[in-house]
Design a protein around this ligand. Sequence first.
Ligand code: NAD
Length: 260
Amino acid sequence: MLKGKSAIVTGSTSGIGLGIATAFAAQGANVMLNGFGDADRIETLRYGLERDHGVAVRHSAADMGDPSAIRAMADDARQAFGRVDIIVNNAGIQHVAPVESFPAERWDAILAINLSAAFHLIQAVVPEMKARGWGRIINVASAHGLAASPFKSAYVAAKHGVIGLSKTVALELAEHGITSNTICPGYVLTPLVEKQIADQARAHGIPPENVVRDVMLVHQARKEFVRVEELAALAVFLASDAGASMTAAALAMDGGWTQH
Ligand code: NAD
C-alpha cells in the first residue's frame, strides 16, 4: 500500500513508533527510524526490517529536543531515500508530579520533545511535499490531547498543543495533497507506561499494584490496554491514498476513555 514512499517515524526504537515503522516497512515504505537505545539492538531492528520487507531502513539518533538535529535527520532521509513523503511525529516523554513541585526543566523538555519537535520536522519536510503535491503528516498525541488528568501538566499541555498544530497545518496544506492528522491513543503497555507506574503510585498515594486498575484503565471502558498493532494499522490507513480526505482529525483510539 505504501510502495515507493519514504517515511520518517520519530521515537521508533521502541513502543508505538516501532510498531508504526514496522507496519510501514511491511507495506513497502522505506523508513528512517529515530530514537535512543542500545546500538546493537537498534542495528538488529534496522537490519531485520530491511531483510523481512525488502525496503531501505536507516536510523537517526537525532535528539527531538534539538531543532538543528531534526533538520539534519530530514536531510539524511532525503539523501538516503531521495524523498520524504510521510512523517510520524511520535517521540514523547512523560513526567508525573503535582504542578507545584513539577520541575521546570521537565516542563521545558516535555514541551520541546512532545510538541516543538513536531513543528520543526513539519517545517523541514513541507516544501518538498508541496512540490510533489502529496504528503502525510501523522502526529501521535494521546487521549491526554483531548482530556486532562491530574499530575501531568506538561504532557497534557503539549498533547493539546499537538492537536492544535496538526489542525492548523492541515488547513494550510489541504489544497496541496497533504493531510495532517493526530492519533490519540489511550493507555498502551509500552516502556513509557511501565516507567510511570511507580510515579503514579507516589502521586496518587496508592500501591503500585493498583495503578493499572485504579488509574490507568479506570476510564478506559474496554478495560484493556490499546495494542501497538491497532495504532499502527490506523497510521497505515492515514498514510495511504485512502486517507486523502481525512485531514485535521484528532482520532481517539482509547477504548472509550474520552467519551466518559
Ligand atoms: P516509548 O517510551 O516506548 O518510546 C518512546 C520513543 O521515543 C523511544 O524510541 C525513545 O528512544 C524515543 N525518544 C525519547 N526521547 C527522545 C528524544 N529526545 N529524541 C528522539 N527520540 C526520543 O513510548 P511510547 O509509549 O511508544 O510512546 C510513543 C508516543 O505515544 C509518545 O508521544 C507518547 O506520548 C504517546 N502515547 C503513549 C501512550 C501509552 O500509553 N504508551 C498513550 C498515549 C500516547
